[in-house]
Structure formats: C-alpha cells, structure tokens
Design a binder for this molecule. Structure first.
Ligand code: OSB
Ligand code: MG
Length: 368
C-alpha cells in the first residue's frame, strides 16, 4: 500500500461529566484524529490519546502534532508498506512519543484492513464476536455520589467496576462500596498516587477481595511494584509503567505485576500491543484493554484489539454515551448487558461521521 494523503485534525469535545483521577480533572477533551488515504479512495482512521497536559505521560496534543507533522507523516507518505507491522519498524529510530506513533500506525492498520475487505479484529488475529466491558469511575464529591453511580452502572450490566483512588479516598471508600455491593467484580486504580512507604495502607485493601489494584506506585517504576506485590494478596496490574514489549517482559520477570492493562497509545501501536498480548499469554498473565477517554475512533480500535484471546478481563471500553453527547462515529459504540458486539464491516467497522467531526474540529491540515 502507498499512503497518498494524510489529514490531521485537532478536535475539542466536551465530556458529559467531568472525570477526576488522582492527577487531575478532565472536562473538555482536546485530541487528534488522523485520516490516511490511498489512491483508491479508501480512508484509514486513527486517534491520538495524548491529553492536553502531560500528566498521564510526557506527551501532549501539541507534542503529538509536532512529532506527527515533522517526523512521522513525512516518514510514511508515498512509501511502499506491505504490512502495518512495518510501521513500528519505520518509526523505531524515533524514541518514545508512543501516542503519536500509535495514532498513525492505527490509521494504517484500518486502511490495510479496508483494502483487504476484513475487519480490523480479523486483521489483528482476533476471533471474539463480542467483548466484555467494565467501567471506570472517577473520584466523586462524596461516597454517596459514588455509590449511586455504581448502582446505576451495575444495573446497566457493566461486567466490573473500577474506581479511582488516591490518598484520603481509598480504604474507607472501598469499605463502603463492599458494604453495599459485596460481590460486584471490583478493582481500584491509583494512577501512581502512592509510594512504597504506604505499604501498610495498601495492604488494608486486601480485605475487599479486589480483582486487582492498578498502578499503585510511580509511573516509571517496576522495582518497588515487585516488592509491593510480594506483600499484597491483591494482584497488581500495571498501566503507566508499561511502554513496550520489553517493559512487559521485565515487569513479568521481576514479578512486578500479575495482570497488564494494554493501552494501544501508551505502547506505541497495535503491533506492539499484539506482541505484549502474545508474551503475556505465554506467561499466564491475563490482559485487558485500558481506555483514555477516547472518541469513537480510538474506542473502535480498542474493541478490535480486545477480540484477541488473552483479553480475558473486561476492559475500560465503555459505551460512547458514557462520555459524549454525540460521538464521531456511526453507529456509536453501544453496550448491552456489559457486552459490545464486534462490528462486521471492514476496518474499524464504525463509520466516521464527517459532519460531526467537522463540527468539533479546531485545526485541520492536509499533507500530500
Ligand atoms: O488510568 O486508566 C487510566 C482515564 C484517563 C487517564 C487514565 C486512565 C483513565 C481511565 C478511564 O481509567 C478510562 C476510560 O474510561 O476511557
Ligand atoms: Mg490506569
């Protein structure tokens, strides 16, 4: 395949409800969409999951634009590509900037699947026809508010509840949740809010029968997590600490985690996600697909990835309507009884809605 033209768009979409983690609150979401076009009129779509500020990782919407415009897009345009796996090799000389790489690589994967008339799921080697979905709930104003939301999402059928924790919003909150929902599949995500010195507090979480605790310690750590895991009954799941296959291998070898959250953007693309998935499968490490409050384009890629066989735990791939008044794809991502039916159309399987996309676009530029 040869990419003839690339359109880079920046969008701003307002979230239905603010989302608060241990590192900050999201209300408006700025993000990039990439459209790659071939000579036959096919378009592949990708989304950058970098946020406006560098609080989840070091990337931002602006740094992604820079890396895409000045390095990645010129590296792809008019070059012969026989398989999307080659894209990560073409970008290997550029250090990190994984979310920028993943946005473009994802668009090439979608284009490749469309050219071959197969779903992105099939192109990736996935077989599942439907996937299980959980929901991630941000930090709330009060425990009552949180309990009310959990009640709502459990009734909607979500397969597991994840709640964000931080110092001062942790043990008592989990205790209250367990009092009201003794058996709901439950987990906590700390987004790196603790240190190894907090070990006695973290051990108290063991009494709540959590599926896992996600990223309790520093975002670049795998050593202290290994120490912590030896002391905890609750499995540790790593999110922020895993940027690559090599990171995953080292974390598993060290015993830093028992579960891995795969986010396509964080690890630099679908090819690297698959490599991590396969490694984890061989080493009995279950994986699940994380979320970055994506629009429908990024969400569609997550749905396709989750069809691979070692995605054995519900992901953060909730319905479009949980985030947006109006999503940028048709149909929107729908969840029934905690399940998403994987679309059967070629590529990502959802149609980008150009009218909606244009409505939310703040900057657009074409490269050819
Ligand atoms: O750590 O998984 C995370 C949202 C923003 C940044 C980081 C994370 C999250 C979520 C929500 O947990 C995931 C989603 O619903 O898309
Ligand atoms: Mg997380």
């Amino acid at each position: 395949m040869i990419v003839k033209e690339i359109i880079l768009r920046q969008l701003k979409m307002s979230m239905l409800n603010p989302f608060t983690t241990s590192f900050g609150t999201f209300q408006d979401k700025d993000f990039l969409l990439l459209e790659v076009k071939d000579e036959h009129g096919n378009s592949g779509w990708g989304e950058s999951v970098a946020f406006h500020s560098p609080w989840y990782n070091e990337e931002t919407v602006k740094t992604n634009w820079h890396i895409l415009e000045d390095f990645l897009i010129p590296g792809i345009l008019h070059k012969e590509i026989s398989h999307p796996d080659e894209v990560s090799e073409m970008f290997a000389y550029i250090r990190k900037n994984n979310m920028a790489k993943a946005a473009l690589e994802g668009a090439v994967w979608d284009l490749y699947a469309k050219q071959n008339g197969v779903t992105l799921a099939k192109a990736l080697g996935g077989e599942r026809k439907e996937i299980e979905v959980g929901i991630s709930i941000g930090i709330q104003k009060s425990i009552d508010d949180l309990l009310g939301l959990i009640d709502e999402y459990v009734k909607e059928g979500y397969k597991r509840i994840k709640v964000k924790i931080k110092p001062g919003w942790d043990v008592e909150v989990m205790r209250e949740i367990r009092k009201h929902f003794p058996t709901v599949p439950l987990m906590a995500d700390a987004n790196s809010a603790y240190r190894l010195e907090d070990i006695e507090l973290l051990k108290q979480l063991d009494e709540f029968n959590l599926m896992m605790i996600e990223q309790p310690l520093a975002s670049d750590d795998i050593i202290d997590h290994a120490t912590l895991q030896k002391e905890l009954k609750t499995p540790i799941c790593l999110d922020e600490s895993i940027h690559s296959y090599e990171d995953a291998r080292k974390a598993v070898e060290l015993g830093s985690c028992k579960i891995i959250n795969i986010k396509v953007g964080r690890v630099g693309g679908l090819t690297e996600s698959k490599r991590i998935h396969d490694y984890c499968q061989q080493h009995n490490i279950p994986v699940w697909c994380g979320g970055m409050l994506e629009s429908g384009i990024g969400r569609a890629h997550n749905v396709a990835l989750t069809t691979l066989s070692n995605f054995v735990m519900p992901g953060d791939t909730a319905a479009s309507s949980r985030y947006w008044n109006q999503d940028v794809i048709e149909p929107e991502v729908m969840v029934h009884d905690g399940m998403i039916t994987v679309p059967e159309k070629a590529g990502i399987g959802y149609e980008p809605n150009l009218e909606t996309i244009e409505k939310f676009t703040t900057i657009v530029k074409k490269y050819n």
